[in-house]
Design a protein around this ligand. Structure first.
Ligand SMILES: *Cc1c(COP(=O)(O)O)cnc(C)c1O
Length: 454
C-alpha cells in the first residue's frame, strides 16, 4: 500500500444512477399509511405534496434509478468528492486502524444536502411547479434547496427552526443570498405555527413544527410543492452517490472498509455512504459493520420506540414506521441543529430492526472534543453534526489499538463547520452544556402516538 492520502475520481466516474437498497433487502420495509384510513397510501395521496417522479422513486424497487443528465451536470461542479486517508489522525491515536473519510464539505453549501436538493428541484421544475416550501434545522438544508431552486428558477420558502434562525444568522444570510425567503418557525403564517405559539409563545421551534408549516403551505397552493431534506426513501437514494464514489476510491486505495460510520439526524448521509456497501455485503453474504451515531439529547434510534408516527408535529403527514421519540417531542436546543429530529428514516429504522446496522449516542461536549482533535491533525473543521461520526471513528480506532487489530474504518465527513463557529467559540469558552433530553417529555410524546392496527 502506498502512502497516498487523497483519492480523487475524474468526472467520468460520476455515478450514472442512484442505488436503491430496497432491491437487495431480505425483507421489505412496512408501508406508509394514510393517517385518516390507516390504509397504505397510494401515489395519488402524495400528489399534492410531491412531483410524480419523486413519488415513484419513493416506492421504487429497481436496483438502480438513472440520474438525469441535467442533475449530473450540476453535480459535476463538486462531484466526485474527495476521499481521504486520515494518516495524521491514525498517527496521533497510535492506532493500527486505517481511517478513511469521504468529504462532502466541498459542495457549494458545504454539506451532502445539495445531492438531493438538486434532484428534487429538477423534478419539480420538470413537472411545472413554480414554488417549493421546506423546513430547515441548522440551515444546511434550507441553503441547499435555496441554491438548487435558484439554479432551476424556482421560488423557495424556508421555515427555519427559531433557535437556529437566532443562533445561526449566517446560514439564514446564505439562504437569502441564494434568493429564497426565510421565515422563523413557529410563525404566524400558518395554522400549525399559530397553534404552537398560542400554547407556547416562547417556543424555540423544532423540525417537526417547521415541517408542519412547510407542508401546510404547499398543500394550500396548486403551484407549490413540498421538499424534504432527509428521512424519505428517495432522499436516502439520492445520497448514494457518496457511497458509490467511495467504493471506487477504496479500490484505488486497494482497501475495503470493515466499519462504516455516519451521523444520523434523519438518516440520509449515513445511508448515502453505507447503502451501496451494505447492498454488496447482502448480495455476497458478507459481514459489514455500519454504525449510526446520534446525539444523546435526541436519541431516536437508541432510545426511541419503533412505531407508526407522524413526520411532523401538526400531524399533516402520512404515518411512517420508524424509531421515534414522539412527534410532539421538542429536543433541547443543542448545537447540532441538523440532528434535532424526533424520528429516524423508516429505511434506517427497518435496518436496525433487521440487525443490519448498529447505533450509538454521544453527548455534545464529547463530540466537540473529538471534532477539535480531528481538526488539529487533519485541518478540516467538521460541522457539529459530523463531529458525532468523528467521535465514533476515534472510539473504534482506539478499540483497534487496544485489541491490536488493524481494521479499515470509513466515515462520512458530511459537512464543514465554517458556519457553526459560534458553537465552537461556546465550546472553547466552556459554555456548551450536555443537555439531557427529558424522559418525561418523551413518555408524554410517545403516549400520543397514533393508534394503528398493524
Ligand atoms: C442535515 C445534516 C445532517 C443530518 O441529516 P441526515 O439526513 O441524517 O444526514 C448531518 N450533517 C450535516 C452536515 C447536515 O447538514
Amino acid at each position: 500500500m502506498s502512502d497516498q492520502v487523497k483519492f480523487v475520481l475524474d468526472e467520468s466516474h460520476l455515478p450514472e444512477a442512484w442505488y436503491n437498497l430496497v432491491s437487495d433487502l431480505p425483507e421489505q420495509p412496512p408501508p406508509v399509511l394514510h393517517p385518516g384510513t390507516g390504509e397504505p397510501v397510494g401515489p395519488d395521496d402524495l400528489a399534492p405534496l410531491f412531483p410524480m417522479q419523486i413519488i415513484l422513486q419513493e416506492v421504487a424497487t429497481d436496483q438502480y434509478v438513472p440520474i438525469p443528465e441535467e442533475v449530473r451536470s450540476v453535480y459535476r461542479q463538486w462531484r466526485p468528492t474527495p476521499l481521504y486517508r486520515a494518516r495524521r489522525l491514525e498517527e496521533a491515536l497510535g492506532t493500527p486502524a486505517r481511517i478513511y473519510y469521504k468529504y462532502e464539505g466541498v459542495s457549494p453549501t458545504g454539506s451532502h444536502k445539495p445531492n438531493t436538493a438538486v434532484a428534487q428541484a429538477f423534478y419539480n421544475k420538470q413537472e411545472g411547479v413554480s414554488r417549493l416550501t421546506t423546513e430547515t434545522g441548522a440551515g444546511q438544508w434550507g441553503s441547499a434547496l435555496a441554491f438548487a431552486g435558484g439554479i432551476f428558477g424556482l421560488e423557495v420558502d424556508v421555515y427555519m427552526v427559531k433557535v437556529s434562525y437566532e443562533q445561526k444568522p449566517y446560514r439564514r444570510g446564505l439562504i437569502e443570498a441564494f434568493g429564497a425567503r426565510c421565515v422563523p418557525s413557529p410563525s404566524q403564517e400558518t395554522k400549525s405555527g399559530r397553534a404552537i405559539l398560542a400554547e407556547h409563545p416562547d417556543s424555540t421551534g423544532s423540525l417537526g413544527i417547521a415541517i408542519s408549516e412547510a407542508v401546510e403551505t404547499a398543500a394550500m397552493r396548486e403551484d407549490t410543492k413540498y421538499s424534504l431534506g432527509s428521512v424519505l426513501n428517495h432522499v436516502l437514494m439520492h445520497q448514494t452517490v457518496i457511497g458509490q464514489e467511495a467504493q471506487l476510491q477504496l479500490e484505488q486505495a486497494d482497501d475495503y472498509p470493515d466499519i462504516l460510520i455516519g451521523c444520523t439526524g434523519g438518516g440520509s448521509n449515513f445511508s448515502g455512504l453505507s447503502f451501496p456497501f451494505l447492498g454488496k455485503a447482502l448480495r455476497e453474504g458478507k459481514e459489514l459493520r455500519a454504525i449510526a451515531v446520534e446525539p444523546a439529547a435526541c436519541p431516536s434510534l437508541t432510545k426511541g420506540r419503533y412505531a407508526f408516527d407522524f413526520g411532523d408535529t401538526g400531524h399533516l403527514t402520512p404515518l411512517v414506521k420508524m424509531h421515534t421519540l414522539g412527534s410532539t417531542f421538542v429536543p433541547p436546543p443543542f448545537h447540532a441543529g441538523g440532528l434535532r429530529y424526533h424520528g429516524m428514516a423508516p429505511l434506517v429504522s427497518h435496518l436496525q430492526e433487521l440487525g443490519l446496522i448498529e447505533s450509538r449516542a454521544y453527548t455534545q461536549t464529547e463530540v466537540f472534543a473529538a471534532g477539535v482533535e480531528f481538526a488539529r491533525v487533519e485541518g478540516i473543521l467538521p460541522a457539529p453534526e459530523a463531529n458525532h461520526a468523528v467521535k465514533a471513528t476515534i472510539d473504534e480506532a482506539i478499540r483497534c489499538r487496544e485489541e491490536g487489530v488493524s481494521q479499515a474504518i470509513l466515515f462520512n465527513l458530511c459537512g464543514h463547520g465554517h458556519f457553526d463557529m459560534q458553537a465552537y467559540i461556546d465550546y472553547f469558552a466552556g459554555k456548551l452544556e450536555d443537555h439531557e433530553y427529558s424522559e418525561d417529555e418523551v413518555a408524554m410524546a410517545l403516549a400520543g402516538l397514533p393508534a394503528v392496527a398493524v
